[in-house]
Ligand binder design. Sequence first.
Ligand code: ZN
Ligand code: ZN
Length: 240
Amino acid sequence: MSGLRALLFDPLRTLFFPPHCAGCGHAIPDGEVLCATCQSGIEKIRPPRCEVCSQPYPGDLPVFTCPNCHGDPFHFENAIAVVRSRGIVREMIHRLKYNKELWLGRILADWMHEGLSDSRLRHWTPEALVPVPLHPRRLREREFNQAEILCRELSRLSGIPVKSALARRRYTTTQTLLDRRGRRQNLRDAFIPVKNGDVTNMNLLLVDDVLTTGSTLDACAATLLESGAASVRALTAARG
Ligand SMILES: [Zn+2]
Ligand SMILES: [Zn+2]
């Protein structure tokens, strides 16, 4: 059994959290996940925030759509995140992706589970969780797709099934130097529906680790809508 498989299927690893803070490693009482210090460093996203992309907004407007979402709408109706990708949260996502600490997916999925109670999802029921796919080359390098790990943990908590409806076919160049239009152009046609992945008339919740610009989730949502999905929303473990 490879190291990764052992990590994934070790029952002790998946049934219990280690008795140390998931953030800093300090000893914590049984049943706790984070120490008080790490807990206090987590930045929760609370209104007022953009109704579409969850960007927090200083002020007291009750309902607000940020200029980004206003001018050039996304294909998803909104993207929910409960915490900011800062400090300890950012480190945990990094450790999950690059250190293969897959057990952290459980903690991140707890925040996503909290996100399912967001008021913006009140009159909408997702029928499946769709992970944002990795390109096969990156999947080979990393050995797993963090969005799939998060989907699986969130499915366990919520009972919503996972539907891997998308594949990534182009190895896109890095997005960081591109503007919004450039990013969209770069990602156009990067995602395709998988065979036997029928999403006709389904309400779908796209899942990824972090929302930064929203371009990746937007491209995925566009493909799902072209494939006949009724509606697409997004949920990420954190927001940049
Ligand atoms: Zn800690
Ligand atoms: Zn916005």
